[in-house]
Design a protein around this ligand. Sequence first.
Ligand code: ZN
Length: 594
Amino acid sequence: MSTGQKQSALQTGNQEIERRLLDDISLDTPWPVIEAFAGLVRTSGSAEERAALEILTDKLSAWGVPFQLHEPTCFISVPLAATVRVVGQQGRSFRAKTSAMSVSTGGEEIEGELIYIPADSARQAAGDVISASIDLGDVDVRGKIVITEGMPFPGKVSAVTTGGAKAGIFVAPGQNIHESICTTVWGTPDLDSADRIPTLPVIAVNNPDGAALIAQAKQGARVALSTTLDTGWRPIPVLVAEIPGTRFPDEFVLLHGHLDSWHVGIGDNATGDATMLELARVFWQHRDQLDRTLRIAWWSGHSHGRYAGSTWYADTFAIDLAKGCVAQVNCDSPGCRWADTFNELSAMSETVPFVNQVIEEVTGITPQTERPPRAGDFSFNGIGLSSFYMLSSTMSDEARAEREYYAVGGCGGNIAWHTEDDTLEIADRDNLLRDMRMYGASLLRVINAPVHPVDWRQTTAEFRSTLAEYQAAVGDAFDFIPALREIDALDASLERFYAACADPDESRLAGLNGVQRRLGRILIPVNYSRMPDFRHDPALNVPPLPDLAPALTAASAKADVAQRGLLTAHLQRGMNRLVWALIQARETVDAALV
Ligand SMILES: [Zn+2]
């Protein structure tokens, strides 16, 4: 048998395994789990979250799936109550919530002049609610209470805090007040990030109440507000199941999602928790046909600790992940009502051809992938793990417009997201079954592919287009040619590498796959992080090749010699980092080809 025949026999074998595995995925286990979760408010570290966890561990134990339960002590913040009223004899009170990680006034009122700063929607990157900011301009907000539109996410809360305001009031886009977390600190703080813990009391109100408060602000009203939060260090559960591979057990795929929720969180994320449980069942059933290991993790601390659980895992198992993890696959908000597209699907460039193919083949839907935003338990960028999926299926723009829905960060686009309304009706049986099969096929194909299905030529192509954009912005004030030359050299090596991968000898697989993973450790941090390796960027937008993104500000720096000097030094240092990464990547590839 030639190696070509060997390869195609393997592919045929895998198709048959996939057909049988996908046929075994059903709603019988996951749907009752979702129904049970509908009675549990899964606040991080709470008794009801523990009850939900036990539903999962009881099933895993009954099936014999090996798992570990970790209970790290993490920094967690639970909003409890908030009040806001206009000061004065006729002063009205309004319904309010506060935001996790904001300052608790301990239920005591604080008072101040209310000042309205309109949110400039132009500063909000599409779909990136976390990073959306506001421009205070010349307005002096010191000692005042700022009211602005939008949810209290880190970008806006940072801007209001920096201005020296006493508190912030944030006006939701609709009738609902969405729960939120406002810190930029990713996971548990450390000595570098602790000074970014928010110092602002934060209030959120719904849209009609916000309009009334803005009208009051225009008349110079004063408001009194109070917040109550339970913030501190507490143990939270991190549950990790592991189904060992038969041929390359040290190489693994990490499937993960959050167990904790706001309210009963059905679309966000009981459907994801149930999906992962069903996949644990089915992959365990087919474990003798898995080449590599599948790890499945349910994190707490996502909603109330800014991804505290996944960040703890990334920190604690960093070297293990760096050595053996083929890809991390996030599972958040699958199987929601009206979610009939994959139009906002996060995928790193090297995974895009793979993701497109698997979704088309399994669901018949053509996905639209996008660069993963700085959100959603993507706590592994500093390690350099190839990553795909964050949110899952979502409703189309048309379906959203028809219902006059605004953008939210989960629940398949349902605006019940992060509210008391995220109940059983948000889950959809047919969509859940489709999405579980989509996840199942995606995982199986990575687990059983002879060569890891990532293509770094997609990443170098992304680098080229990023640099073209930055070069156009900076004009002749800076030259990215040295980086482009190194991209050319890496591409030449990658062409030879993927030719060798097309029909590899069994004995070469471990070496070739080692290179595929190592390229992630080199090329992902430089594209997704401004921090030293293994550290966590703030929960704010990270643009492509972030060290070089300030090129986009070149126009405003042009006339000013000092500004130009700062920018040039910044770009030179950033380009050095990129060029060195490209050289290391090429050397890694070339070493495997001799
Ligand atoms: Zn979620």
